[in-house]
Design a protein around this ligand. Structure first.
Ligand SMILES: [Zn+2]
Length: 197
């Protein structure tokens, strides 16, 4: 069942209970935290690039334990695909990092319940539902969590010239190494103080 929904204020509980599904595209410009993480050297068209999402809700009734009422658990499956412009840490050039996430969330009644959820089940993230749920914020979270800690090309197109050679074409050591060599060792400084006494 597909239904039109307000992506920043829909009833997530009802969406799950009714096994709702939705899919669409969201432009990067609608995701401020994504724009903030986008490389300054990204093409001018970057804010127009879209992330595709698909999501579906479901409800599962757990068999009742003796003396307890049956419990209905709600789940949201969300997948996001797209790309983000980042700077490669190896060659510094801007590049497109592919984004592809697929996450199952258990939807609980409140933030307090989400916080209290046991952490031992790594397979399922727990989120607090809402009658005015903000899907864009969740999509932002998913994209940001999927970013590499150290963004890099798989294979850099070419190493940046300034990192390899000096102005005359000779190979220069990296500045940090140079400083390291010139800085006197603290033990050497102590030794020279001692000899002056
Ligand atoms: Zn690179």
């Amino acid at each position: 069942m597909t239904q039109p929904i307000d992506l920043q204020a829909f009833d997530l509980f009802e969406f799950c209970r009714s096994s709702g599904s939705a899919a669409g595209e969201i432009a990067a410009r609608e995701l401020p935290r994504i724009i903030a993480e986008t490389s300054a050297e990204a093409p001018a068209s970057a804010p127009d690039e879209v992330f595709r999402y698909t999501m579906s809700g479901s409800a599962h009734d757990e068999a009742a334990e003796p003396g307890k009422p049956a419990r209905r658990r709600l789940f949201l499956d969300l997948a996001v695909q797209g790309g983000m412009w980042l700077n490669c840490q190896r060659c510094l050039a801007v590049y497109a990092e592919p984004i592809s996430t697929a996450t199952r969330f258990e939807v609980v009644a409140s933030e307090a319940e989400a916080d209290a959820a046991p952490m031992d089940d790594d397979e399922i993230d727990v989120i607090a539902g809402s009658r005015r749920f903000d899907l864009l914020a969740l999509i932002e979270d998913e994209i940001l969590l999927s970013l590499p800690v150290a963004p890099k090309h798989e294979v850099c197109p070419a190493v940046h010239e300034s990192l390899v050679t000096g102005a005359d074409g000779s190979v220069e050591p990296e500045p940090e190494d140079e400083q390291e060599e010139k800085r006197p060792s603290p033990f050497a400084a102590l030794a020279s103080l001692k000899t002056k006494h």
